[in-house]
Write a protein that binds this ligand. Structure first.
Ligand code: 13P
Ligand code: SF4
Length: 318
């Protein structure tokens, strides 16, 4: 077994890329990373994707260890799909405002207050909330999932009200919405985006459906992170205003080095918008988590059993 020089600061090797690759090989581990991770993590990952792609990849991996470079709800999803495998998350504080503001006890009351409704839940929620749902969805497949429910059947949609409003518009269905939102997408500044459009009239505006309606009204294309990436790859346009977490721009620039990407500014002094939860993961934490095989995701077997049903329904329909 190769030993790495631990002379770097805090007991971490000087060459983290090499050390992580070696640990991955020794332990038969796979690194799954979301597009909002820092660039170095994206570059060392075995698979980079949106929430749906990552769940699909987690469902088919034969690695002994899954390291999830993302947030808790994504790692929990991987654990639900792989109860016998070790699922690691570099920082267990990597939550999500949507999941955090939809506690299972309040969600249960909400579901009970709407009997006969089909419960469609965005994967950005806790494992307990998943276990109370009929079908899960991501921003990639939400329209398809809603359309799979008979027209006469009322639907609850949780926890993102902005995605919910977008889906009402797209599907013509009357969804009962939970009042939640993403702190990153809610913070984009409409006036600044309009000014950016005026400065770059040639640029196409691409936005994630977690953005509020006024911002989506400015968009030329709306979609999940993968959909936004595919749009810029296949477009004949060469300039884009990107209204989602700025981590995705790394893959856009790699795929299209000759195109220009303008990150949309939030309602503060920053020039681009970063998810504070996603950015808790670092290369150092990724290395330590692989080395120590901790922190490990733990989901109660009873919750896994119940949450697997709506998760598998989603995967079958995707
Ligand atoms: P995607 O499913 O588009 O990757 O979105 C995940 C997410 O957390 C968006 O904020
Ligand atoms: Fe959650 Fe928003 Fe961060 Fe995505 S960007 S993980 S929805 S807080």
């Amino acid at each position: 077994m190769k030993n790495f020089n631990d002379s770097g600061s805090g007991g971490t090797p000087d060459n983290l890329v090499e050390a992580i690759s070696e640990l991955k090989r020794q332990k038969n581990a796979v690194i799954l990373a979301h597009y909002y991770q820092e660039s170095e993590i994206q570059d060392i990952a075995d698979y980079i994707g949106d929430s749906l792609g990552l769940a699909q990849e987690a469902a088919k991996t034969d690695a002994d260890i899954i390291v999830f470079a993302g947030v808790v709800f994504m790692a929990e999803t991987a654990k639900i799909l792989n109860p016998t495998r070790k699922v690691l998350l570099p920082d267990v504080e990597a939550g999500c405002s949507l999941a955090d503001n939809c506690p299972a006890d309040r969600f249960r009351e909400f579901v009970e207050a709407h009997p006969d409704h089909t419960v469609i839940t965005y994967v950005n929620c806790s494992a307990e909330v998943k276990a109370l749902s009929d079908i899960l969805c991501t921003s990639s497949n939400a329209v398809k999932i809603i359309e799979s429910v008979p027209k006469d059947k009322p639907i609850i949609f949780a926890p993102d009200k902005h995605l919910g409003r977008y889906l009402i518009k797209e599907t013509g269905r009357d969804l009962v919405l939970w009042d939640g939102s993403c702190i990153v997408h809610e913070q984009f500044d409409h006036k600044k985006i309009v000014r950016l459009k005026a400065r770059h009239p040639e640029a196409k505006v691409i936005a994630h459906p977690e953005c509020p309606e006024a911002i989506l009204n400015e968009a030329d294309h709306i979609g999940s992170t993968s959909s936004l990436l595919n749009y810029v790859k296949s477009s004949s346009d060469s300039s884009f205003i990107v209204v989602t977490e700025s981590g995705i721009i790394h893959q856009m620039q790699k795929a299209c080095p000759d195109k220009t990407f303008h990150p949309a500014p939030p309602d503060n002094g920053c020039s681009c918008n970063e998810c504070p939860f996603m950015k808790l993961n670092t290369m150092e934490k990724l290395y330590r988590c692989l080395r120590d095989e901790a922190p490990e995701m733990d989901v109660a077997p009873e919750i896994i059993k119940r949450a697997l049903v709506p998760l598998e329904r989603m995967l079958e329909l995707s």
